[in-house]
Design a protein around this ligand. Sequence first.
Ligand code: G4P
Length: 529
Amino acid sequence: MEVDQATLQNEVEQRRTFAIISHPDAGKTTITEQMLKLGGAIRQAGTVKGRKTGKFATSDWMEVEKQRGISVTSSVMHFNYDDKQVNILDTPGHEDFSEDTYRTLMAVDSGVMVVDTANGIEAQTEKLFKVCRMRGIPIFTFMNKLDRDGREPIDLVEELEEVLEIDAFPMNWPIGSGTSLIGVYDIYHNRIEFNDPDEWNEGELYLPLNEEGEIEGEHRLKEDRLYEQVLEEVELLKIAGNEFSEEAIAAGELTPVFFGSALTGFGVQSFLETFLEFAPEPTPTIDEEEHEIEPTDEEFSGFIFKIQANMDPRHRDRIAFVRIASGQFIPGMNVTLSRTERDFRLNNSTQFMAEDRKIVKHAVAGDIIGLYDTGNFQIGDTIYAGKEKITYKDLPQFTPEIFMKVEAKNVMKQKSYHKGIEQLVQEGAIQLYKNYYTGEYILGAVGQLQFEVFEQRMNNEYNSEVVMSPLGNRIARWIDPEQLQDDMSTSRSLLAKDRDDQPVILFESEFAIRWFTGKYPDVELYSLL
Ligand code: G4P
């Protein structure tokens, strides 16, 4: 296919594809809305949020979403800002998140971590952060809810560095908080940004500072004790803190930290602008042979990171989400599915903007497209155009944390039961294990919700009722088959096989692991991510 290289390069350079990671209620939805508003993609706050409260039922594609009033799966939102085209990949905000949440992070070039200043780093943020860390992508931190009294900024930054083992660089520093919030001292831009510019700065949002980082001439703020305090704190940060380094940010070793309030919008615009300055454009994707495929390569290629079934209950269709890794997508183009080497035409693609589906006419590397799927795709599949075969590296498997035994309720209906399980496992909705000795099916998930979705879909789509009995939270550890011994399986350390028939022990607790390693000191235990 004829591709104008200069145009492609130009378009790819404009793309910024990222995900927001946070613990539920930290403010991910609110900040997403503020960004969409700044980009002119929505006019009203509440458009995205409505998805959670059920006001916008059209986006609650799946039954479970409707019933629980939450977004089960990740979708894609996009907007333009300055000369950038921004793609935000939404990650489910509910505690019951699933492997989809993790996999979405395989399709982004950077992450924004939203932290509630009252709570600091919370469990779910930590989990998602680890995946970003593993990928070495840049991570930007937004310390949210500055309009409320939270914890001391220095405590928050210290905790972030300690818990997540990443260096932090405060880009700005709060001047007050809650009702006494005056604004932030913007260290990076050497200016003050006011929460209420009318009250403090004759309507001007920013007040530039002199070379010493202080207010030049007369200003009311100079009389405020908070100003003095902030000058001292910033001085301390300059002496004792990390140095700003673009390379360290790009390598995901240093996170720039911004304070602000998603609810009032304070600090969101300057965050977005600075974020877009440093957020990377689409980076190369690694194939099976460890070759880097450049996003600006002429030939189209992409990988499937998520498959979602029955988004529209009227059509019972499946959508495969493709991250374009190189080249450009044009409707009607011919591609090959690498796994089967089958050729097909890409003629029916949809792209998502919150609850609304639009037909995609043109997309380039960095963009996400949704393809209608009749059961041909699997998670991790590569599709490519041109003669040269491309197969991208497998997406990582994530260690499940909760397990269930599963059986068909009606033994006469084994066929639909097996077909359903096989397809849902293939789709990545759930992981399948087997009892090492009896072959009984055990399902594994990272979130409880995956089981509910599984049960419901088995029922609705495969007409197969299942009986599930919880095995509870378990810690899965793999062992070398050669080190396997007969007496290793107990109720506290259940021996199972993974999908590749590799032995894995499902431990009841950390205590059970310690007991095991005490008993078998020479046996090595491995974990996935
Ligand atoms: P999430 O997507 O990360 O789960 O969080 P979401 O944006 O839904 O925000 C969770 C709650 O925190 C919401 O309040 C929201 O209004 C509030 N919030 C978000 N950002 C800020 C902020 O900067 N300051 C303050 N004070 N609150 C913030 P809610 O009462 O649970 O929901 P709602 O009744 O406002 O819809």
